[in-house]
Write a protein that binds this ligand. Structure first.
Ligand code: BTN
Length: 264
């Protein structure tokens, strides 16, 4: 069966009546097609855009993933959007923003579908061990504030054949996991509300709450893992994340290693 829930591009007029946020969604820019929502948001940011701006595209022609990968972003099937955050406090803890964004999307998915998403460090959202959402946080720090373009890609109504063959075994969608088409507009509104909720915790210094909630959903707690970090592969047992969102691994000799970025 082909999903049929709102395949038309989402508009700002549809979003606004549902969104009760104070920060995220102050400006909403919707496109039928764009290169990359992150790229567009960064342009807006350079032109002085306010914190909370959201750029949404029905289709991206040059969607970007982490580590310079492409992000397949076909029309009518997913949610491809970016949110501008400009925190001026806790700049030494920006790693937590990456984590809280995965957490927010996991909560939104759980509430809308009844599914139980898990998190893979730093911010992949998984269902049945397959990726349903990827997040790309790109930051520039200057003069005591950070400009963060938080790009979110959620696979919503894809059938298996809608994914490129190379990722069909690794990726999933909400439609594939529930068997029912999902309303993209309501999922988007929920995602923006959850992002606001967790971003406010960050701004209020409630970092332990973010860390605890993230660990509750972590799929690889205490497991042996390998992390590709630059040219090196680091192996160890995942212990937890520290107060900055960095991963703590215990190597074979018992030493605790800190990993700030990498691919698990
Ligand atoms: C990943 O590799 O897991 C991150 C994927 C992030 C994809 C989203 S889709 C919306 C936003 N715009 C982009 O070009 N990328 C992000």
């Amino acid at each position: 069966m082909k999903p049929t829930a709102n395949e038309e591009p989402i508009t700002a007029e549809q979003i606004l009546p549902h969104l009760k946020n104070q920060i995220i969604g102050r400006g909403i820019y919707c496109f039928r097609q764009i290169g990359s929502t992150n790229e567009h948001l960064r342009r807006l940011c350079r032109n002085g855009e306010e914190e909370g701006a959201v750029v949404i595209a029905d289709r991206q022609t040059q969607g970007r993933g982490r580590h310079q990968r492409n992000w397949h972003s076909p029309p009518g099937l997913g949610l491809w959007f970016s949110v501008l955050l400009r925190p001026t406090t806790f700049l030494n803890r920006l790693g937590l923003i990456s984590l809280l964004s995965g957490l927010a999307i996991a909560e939104a998915i759980a509430e809308q579908t009844g599914l139980s998403p898990k998190l893979k460090w730093p911010n992949d959202v998984l269902l049945n061990s397959k990726k349903v959402c990827g997040i790309l946080a790109e930051s520039e720090i200057k003069n005591g504030s950070a400009d963060i373009s938080l790009g979110v890609g959620i696979n919503v109504n894809h059938r298996k054949k809608d994914f490129p063959e190379s990722i069909q075994q690794l990726a999933t969608s909400l439609y594939l996991e529930t068997g029912a088409p999902i309303d993209r507009l309501h999922l988007l509104v929920k995602a923006l509300q959850k992002l606001e909720k967790f971003y406010r915790l960050f701004l209020n210094g409630e970092h332990e709450k973010i860390r605890r909630n993230w660990l509750r959903l972590c799929i690889h707690n205490e497991m042996a893992v390998k992390v590709a970090s630059g040219e090196t592969i680091i192996e160890g047992r995942f212990q937890k994340i520290d107060e900055n969102g960095e991963m703590l691994l215990q190597d074979a000799s018992g030493k605790i290693l800190k990993v700030r970025s990498g691919d698990l």
